[in-house]
Write a protein that binds this ligand. Structure first.
Ligand SMILES: NC(=O)c1ccc[n+]([C@@H]2O[C@H](COP(=O)([O-])OP(=O)(O)OC[C@H]3O[C@@H](n4cnc5c(N)ncnc54)[C@H](O)[C@@H]3O)[C@@H](O)[C@H]2O)c1
Length: 286
């Protein structure tokens, strides 16, 4: 089964209330974009972070009063929002999304690795409440064509992710195999297998595999290769899609986010583009 993003209905004359769950690199950047660029259509209504000081610092940067903007818990954030942006962690994203949908609030999920194997349950909550789940393309080109090609038969979808070895420091899966990323001095395949396993083994690195799975053949049938290369500085994602309609290849060379080098700048902009699309009367692309 495939899952696409949906458009959120908005009452005319009201600004969409955006709540931010997780006020780090992505949550902070999106909040700033909403405030500075989308102020006519939406506003930042509430901020929540497990570390309250992160939410308070973001309120300060946005020049909004922490007393009113910082929610004391997730429930309060949801109550104050029409749409919650989850930008927290893969271990929390399913619960956050579930709570939002149960309360009839739409949710944009950034930690996609945390929902990829439970999306059916989220879908049931969304259908029940009428709220929407948005999953931006992230740091990856090709989702548009994959969704279109999925209208015919998809034969294979392969993601090859190439990153500098330093990006893999602290990954448990490698530690268990006694692979020290600091010692890698030539292109080395760290993983080649199903997306469902890649998501478990590289939880901080592999949201793109989860997005690709949801848009295409699912996490069992999507193949993921992860390569550590000392010759690259950027995070590179290559996608190859074979289908009855077309053979599609894309390559995205990502610039790291200035506040979190593990996150790609494009991922933030993709999420902002989805927010923009929600309130725009024109929809371009699949
Ligand atoms: N979909 C994509 O394309 C994509 C791209 C990059 C990162 N991500 C994911 O988005 C998430 C955020 O990334 P980031 O770069 O902003 O990370 P970050 O570390 O800069 O910020 C995360 C923030 O969330 C807070 N947090 C952690 N758990 C929380 C919880 N349960 N409830 C509320 N707040 C919590 C942290 O205190 C921190 O302030 C990560 O899970 C990351 O893997 C997605």
């Amino acid at each position: 089964m495939r899952y696409d993003t949906f458009m959120l209905g908005q009452k005319s004359g009201t600004r969409l209330k955006i709540g931010i769950a997780g006020c780090g690199a992505i949550g902070g950047s999106l909040a700033r974009i909403v405030r500075e660029e989308f102020g006519r259509e939406m506003r930042v209504s509430a901020l929540f972070d497990l570390r309250a000081e992160h939410a308070a610092a973001l309120a300060g940067r946005l020049h909004i009063a922490a007393k009113t903007a910082v929610a004391r818990d997730l429930k309060a954030l949801i109550k104050a929002s029409d749409l919650v942006v989850e930008a927290a962690s893969a271990s929390a994203s399913y619960d956050i999304a579930c709570e939002c949908l149960k309360a009839g609030r739409s949710v944009m999920v950034m930690s996609v690795g945390g929902i990829v194997d439970k999306v059916e349950r989220l879908l049931r909550e969304a259908e029940r409440s009428g709220a929407r789940i948005y999953v931006p393309s992230g740091a990856l080109a090709g989702i548009d064509a994959l969704k279109a090609a999925g209208g015919a038969r998809l034969k294979s979808v392969t993601l090859t992710t190439i990153k500098n070895p330093a990006s893999f420091s602290g990954v448990d899966y490698l530690r268990r195999r006694k692979i020290d990323p600091a010692g890698i001095n030539k292109d080395t395949v760290l993983f080649d297998g199903r997306a469902e396993k890649a998501v478990r083994c590289f939880p901080q690195n592999i949201n793109v595999a989860a997005v690709l799975s949801l848009a295409g053949m699912g996490a069992r049938a999507t193949r993921v290769r992860i390569i550590a290369s000392p010759f690259v500085k950027k995070n590179i994602h290559e996608v190859r899609i074979e289908s009855d309609a077309a053979v599609i290849t894309t390559r995205t060379e990502n610039v790291p986010h200035p506040e979190n080098r593990k996150t790609s700048y494009l991922a933030v902009l993709a999420a902002a583009a989805v927010l923009r699309q929600i309130t725009s009367p024109v929809s371009v692309g699949t």
